[in-house]
Design a protein around this ligand. Structure first.
Ligand SMILES: CCCCCCCC/C=C\CCCCCCCCCCCCCC(=O)SCCNC(=O)CCNC(=O)[C@H](O)C(C)(C)COP(=O)(O)OP(=O)(O)OC[C@H]1O[C@@H](n2cnc3c(N)ncnc32)[C@H](O)[C@@H]1OP(=O)(O)O
Ligand code: FAD
Length: 664
């Protein structure tokens, strides 16, 4: 059948409708802000230097043609996605001078987002885990060798730990590394089908090396899981004899990454290929244990801390998209009128919409901020460990990194989904960026320690503290000092305007303390009639609840503390309301814990609910400016709905035009 014009022609007709300049609604929103955007951005990024670096890196990427996308990545099949990501990775690595490569909090992730986008790719594990593993687990005298090779692209590595049969439970991994003192080699072997490595990113096609976690056997004894540097492919990139390797197929997201499988058949590596910074195997097979049994898990602790910042930035970006879209969405489709006859309103004016958007925006600030200081703690702890075995802070860091990882990845994934819903049908389109964001975020709930498993690690720490407090001789980590404070019978929270930060902190600490001790009492009671592990399992839901509350209390305290450091009064006022909204929203969501035993009265709970309404109204005029305070460029955002200029509809038409179905 003949047609008057192709779909492409039709699109071109509509393209003429593209507005010049910014959408007037969004401009009006920006003009109405109560604070100076630059001051706020400096607060969010800590100083103007970091802000300026963001701009410089953006300009660098925009001026390099090799980072351009000839076809929009959403319209590529998996092979093409992997080709694209690999091409971009090469361009990214060829231009590393553009950034401070040691800055894994700001510059490196920004550069990666601008060049490749929001997904894992063939180099993710190399930079995200392989290099950190080398850094954490290699003796200083040896670090230059593999590190330089890795940096100079001579080797491309991954982190191969998880197996078909075991992921969370490291102690039951089955891959073996058996020391042969006669040849001074380790024999790496996959003894059963379930021992096959499964999941490592970049393993399927790209990596030629891996840091492999395997059960060490020396002098006939098992010594538990240890890390080994293993070459997988030769110079022509073919798997070496004794190595079977491949891709595990498509996944929920991150499909430009070639997650792979790996099977060893009595594969030999030199003795020095064991990561021997903490534990060693001497040439004669003598085993030297590490100063702390869990130092071998150090790389994971570091990466959990990095993930927290990385994931929170995803939530920030999602909030930016949804808020900007909510400011321009009103005239194309009738959503209803608040005051009959006065015409439609921006959907941002609906209180329900604000309730969907603003708590998520609030949630995106504290964890991204505090991670900077956690990063310094991590560096401090690593230094203590290196400067001879001061391990005291290790359990605290492990508990904190595990807890923050679990709570934040979950909140980020749920938040992104809520924000997607807030954009109606367009949120469901990949043009919005929400589907990719969600797939990325939800992966973080599983990898680097499944979230429930991580929460139970926090609970172990909390139960140990509770036992010490009850014994009357507590030696408390800073993050747990509140657990030893006296009980509080009633809550202090009043109206959001009059209640102080101390009141909020008092109530969060009191509720969490109660939860921890109630769980501790239940556990100890159960332990009288059950084996320890059975008792643990029997109250593990409560253990997770206590762990979650502990982390949330930490986040609330830190958000409030960070806001107090804001020097610009106008920015501080808005941020303070946002921090209170964050706290009130948590109380409202966790009402059961707060109202238990009459701690929070019904009147106080009603104040909390009312406060949320009032704070939403108070923040509403600043919401677009607050979104702008994330200082995210369109290239970084990669969302048609979140465009800075607000010209969403023509951009959607333009995006759809690239669909291969419209080409003929
Ligand atoms: C350079 C420029 C280029 C640009 C590119 C830049 C890119 C990078 C840019 C930015 C970075 C962003 C980074 C973000 C993303 C990174 C990308 C990576 C993406 C994908 C990565 C995915 C990788 C993986 O998933 S690897 C596999 C991870 N696996 C796990 O996490 C397994 C989880 N399980 C465990 O960790 C353990 O089994 C356990 C902790 C659950 C249990 O330990 P256990 O087996 O020993 O048993 P117990 O429970 O009995 O514990 C005993 C005792 O030990 C304590 N313990 C346990 N672990 C630790 C620890 N780590 N530290 C200290 N203490 C520990 C435990 O608490 C117990 O103590 P008690 O006192 O209670 O006895
Ligand atoms: C996108 C992605 C990328 C990945 N990349 C890598 C990589 O590069 N390298 C690598 O080595 N691995 C990688 N992994 C694997 C990942 O680390 C594991 O999937 C993760 O550690 C969880 O382990 P599992 O899959 O064995 O889950 P399981 O441990 O089998 O969990 C399944 C369920 O059992 C529950 N459960 C398990 N143990 C307990 C317990 N003790 N108490 C209570 N409940 C429990 C969990 O809570 C969960 O609900 C990746 C995974 C994904 C999804």
């Amino acid at each position: 059948m003949e047609r008057d014009s192709s779909p492409s022609d039709q699109f071109h007709r509509y393209k003429n409708l593209i507005q010049n300049g910014d959408n007037p609604d969004i401009t009006k929103e920006r003009q109405g802000a109560s604070f100076n955007l630059y001051n706020m951005q400096c607060f969010v990024y800590e100083n103007d230097h970091k802000l300026q670096r963001r701009q410089e890196i953006l300009e660098f990427v925009e001026s390099h043609r090799e980072f351009d996308d000839p076809v929009h990545p959403h319209f590529l099949n998996r092979d093409e996605q992997i080709d694209r990501a690999t091409r971009k990775c090469l361009a990214m690595v060829d231009n590393l001078d553009a950034i401070d490569v040691t800055d894994y909090f700001d510059e490196a992730p920004l550069y990666q987002l601008l060049t490749i986008g929001r997904e894992l790719h063939c180099l993710s594990l190399h930079y995200g885990m392989f290099l950190p593993t080398i850094q954490v687990h290699t003796e200083k005298s040896l670090i230059l060798g593999p590190f330089q090779m890795a940096a100079s692209k001579a080797i491309l590595g991954t982190f191969a730990q998880t197996e078909l049969g075991h992921g969370s439970n490291l102690s039951k991994l089955e891959t073996t590394a058996t020391y042969d003192a006669t040849t001074k080699e380790f024999v790496i072997h996959t003894p059963t089908m379930s021992a096959g490595k499964w999941w490592p990113g970049g393993l399927g096609k790209s990596a030629n090396y891996a840091a492999v976690m395997a059960q060490l056997y020396t002098s006939g004894e098992s010594k538990g899981p240890h890390l080994f540097m293993v070459q997988l492919r030769d110079n022509a990139h073919a798997p070496l004899p004794g190595v079977t390797v491949g891709d595990i197929g498509p996944k929920l997201g991150n499909n430009a990454n070639d997650n792979g499988f790996l099977i060893f058949d009595h594969y030999r590596i030199p003795r020095r290929n064991m990561f021997m910074k903490y534990s060693k195997v001497e040439a004669d097979g003598t085993y030297i244990p590490p100063p702390h049994a869990k130092l071998g898990f150090g790389a994971m602790v570091l990466v959990r801390l990095l993930m927290i910042r990385d994931q929170t930035c995803q939530l920030g970006a999602a909030a930016v998209i949804a808020i900007r879209y909510s400011a321009v969405r009103h005239s194309a489709v009738r959503q209803g009128e608040i005051n009959e006859g006065e015409g439609e309103v921006q959907i941002l004016d609906y209180r329900t919409q604000q309730y969907r958007l603003l708590p998520q925006l609030a949630r995106s600030f504290p964890s991204s901020q505090r991670m900077r200081s956690r990063n310094s703690t991590s560096k401090y702890v690593t230094k203590q460990i290196n400067n001879n075995a001061n391990m005291e802070l290790l359990p605290e860091l492990h508990a904190l990194s595990s807890g923050l990882k679990a709570v934040i990845t979950w909140e980020v994934a749920q938040g992104i989904e809520q924000l997607r819903l807030s954009c109606g049908g367009h949120g469901y389109s990949r043009a919005s960026a929400f589907p990719d964001m969600y797939a990325y975020a939800v992966g973080g709930c599983t990898y680097e320690g499944e979230n429930i498993v991580m929460l139970l690690q926090v609970a172990r720490f909390l139960m140990m503290i509770a036992k010490e407090v009850r014994s009357g001789n507590p030696k408390l980590a800073e993050i747990a000092e509140y657990i030893a404070k006296p009980d509080a019978v009633t809550a202090r929270i009043s109206s959001w305007k009059t209640c102080s930060d101390e009141d909020i902190i008092h109530d969060f600490e009191a509720v969490t303390r109660k939860l921890i001790f109630a769980t501790f009492d239940r556990l100890t009671t159960l332990e009288r009639t059950m084996k320890k592990k059975e008792a643990w399992n029997a109250c593990s839901i409560d253990l997770c609840k206590a762990a979650r509350m502990h982390v949330k209390t930490y986040l609330v305290k830190n958000f409030l503390a960070r806001v107090r450091t804001c020097e610009d009064p106008a920015s501080r006022t808005v941020m303070h309301t946002l921090a209170k909204l964050y706290a009130f929203d948590l109380i409202s969501g966790g009402g059961g814990h707060f109202m238990k035993g009459g701690f929070l009265s019904e009147k106080q709970f009603n104040e909390v609910q009312l406060g949320i309404y009032e704070m939403l109204a108070a923040i509403r005029p600043d919401s677009v400016a607050l979104a702008d305070s994330w200082a995210i460029s369109d290239l970084e955002l990669r969302s048609v709905l979140g465009r800075r200029d607000g010209n969403v509809y023509p951009a959607l038409l333009e995006w759809a035009q690239q669909s291969p179905l419209n080409q003929n």
